[in-house]
Design a protein around this ligand. Structure first.
Ligand SMILES: [Zn+2]
Length: 256
């Protein structure tokens, strides 16, 4: 896919070119001129993919991606991995750089089980509050850790706290990342009770859905809820695939 098609509008293309040509990975520079050119790009000219995160895929097929953010712990991550293996489910995990660096064997275990390993950035902070340079630095630090472990460059970032703005989306894209949030939030991060988590997912699931779950130790009910979720989705006729696989089923949907 050419960049021109991807970005759609010439003004955005020029802005992104500015972003790319002034970016040095590792010691990214975003001169004042770039910020001015960004401000000049009227919001009304921005396409959905420049404003919003990826949330679903347009398809009528009963296919969905289960995704797990991991930023902390040694108990829940292997538990979720074991359940995915037992049920032969290929999921997508978004790992924080510092956690992945400390737990390379767990990350490898996920990759060997067919999981897609993507980025949850480095610091768990809101990207709308970070400068472009800081966003790129956060992404590249984690990028290097993941690539060292899996040998594959991640291409999706789940921004910490699901926070983003159009500026952070373009900054992430300048280093090859699509910002992805979710179509369905399981709310497992709130520890709301197993039945709430199961109900949330099984009632809201839809074709092309991206489901947010967590496998950090702070989430205490995910491993209890997951088997029931997998069973229910199976009964509903859903096929669970990774994010990259999901995108082969239809057009990506970027929405607020
Ligand atoms: Zn997180």
């Amino acid at each position: 896919m050419s960049f021109v098609t991807k970005f759609g509008s010439r003004s955005i293309w020029l802005t992104v070119m500015t972003l790319i040509t002034t970016t040095t990975v590792g010691s990214a520079k975003f001169p004042a001129q770039h910020m001015i050119s960004w401000k000049n790009a009227s919001v009304t000219t921005l396409s959905a993919q420049d404003r919003y995160s990826l949330r679903d895929v347009e398809t009528t097929k009963k296919v969905a991606a289960l995704t797990f953010d991991i930023s902390w712990g040694t108990v829940m991550p292997p538990k979720v991995l074991a359940l995915l293996k037992k049920n032969h489910v290929a999921a997508t995990i978004f790992v924080s750089g510092p956690w992945a660096k400390e737990h390379t064997q767990i990350v490898k275990g996920y990759a060997q089980a067919g999981a897609e390993i993507e980025s949850h950035g480095w610091a768990h902070v809101n990207y709308s509050q970070l400068s472009n340079r800081r966003i790129v630095d956060n992404l590249m630090k984690t990028n290097n850790v993941i690539q060292e472990i899996t040998g594959t460059k991640p291409t999706f970032v789940r921004p910490p706290n699901g926070d983003f703005n159009s500026r952070s989306i373009l900054a992430a894209r300048s280093v090859g990342y699509t910002t992805v949030t979710w179509g369905t939030d399981s709310l497992d991060w709130m520890n709301p009770g197993v039945s709430t988590i199961v109900q949330r997912v099984t009632k809201r699931i839809h074709p092309g859905d991206i489901v947010l779950m967590h496998a950090s130790d702070t989430c205490k009910q995910t491993d209890i809820a997951l088997p029931a979720i997998l069973q229910s989705l199976k009964e509903k006729g859903y096929q669970l695939v990774t994010l990259k696989q999901l995108l082969t089923y239809g057009k990506p949907i970027y929405r607020g």
